[in-house]
Design a protein around this ligand. Sequence first.
Ligand code: UGA
Ligand code: MN
Length: 245
Amino acid sequence: MQVYSALAEKIYPSKLPIIFAITPTYARLVQKADLTSVANTFRQVPALHWIVVEDSFNKTKLVSDFLRISGIEYTHLCAKTPKEVTRSRGALQRNKALTWLRYMFNSGEAPPAVVYFADDDNTYTLELFEEMRYTKKVSVWPVGLAGGLRYESVKVNADGKVVGWKVKYAASRLFAIDMAGFAVSLNLILENPRAMFQVNARGGHLEPSFLMDLVKMKDLEPKADNCTKILWVFKIQTDKQVLAN
Ligand code: UGA
Ligand code: MN
């Protein structure tokens, strides 16, 4: 969309490729703590646009107020997960953000940009964003504290091509990778308008349900020194505490 391209130039005079970070979020005790920690990271990343999608019928005051004073460029959306959807978490919200991106930009006219699905409870280092920024199609890297391992990673051969997965959980998946371990160029998303997350996918099958419509394994771009560095993103479960007051 022309209007948005003009806006993007105004907001991001640096001409860096834009990072669209898509974050599903839902009301719970640790929500504000989680959002605060993610925002404190995102605020330091240049040319980042945060798409926050609440799992609710209406936008809440808590998240609206939080975003307004966050100091981060953002778009605030909402999409309530229906009761029948019991398996995947955040799928409908990510699809809502993909629809927004496809509405805002025409294929072939979008500014250079990359899309990252950043859950609200993970910990992200700043280096991560600078590597993913120049993604051509789909880039990948290890995820710390994921899938019952110190880190999940990908197998990279001597030619720098991805040839498999280093995971414990459901290794036979077409793309055995956590949501935090890949980013997709905006162009690829616009060129494949039907690529979406399968809303009732089994655990771990959400990521492949989206990636299989976009890319083949051989086209993945390994980052983090051919996936040898594991200090970039960590999956954290903040919601497992029992609080007495
Ligand atoms: C793992 C993956 O890392 C997620 O990206 C994936 O969506 C999920 O499994 C799945 O396949 O269901 P996990 O840590 O188990 O993640 O999930 P959460 O962090 O609890 O949820 C993922 C995202 O969805 C979070 O940003 C969370 O705020 C949001 N969410 C969760 C909702 O919007 N609604 C919910 O009811 C639950
Ligand atoms: Mn999580």
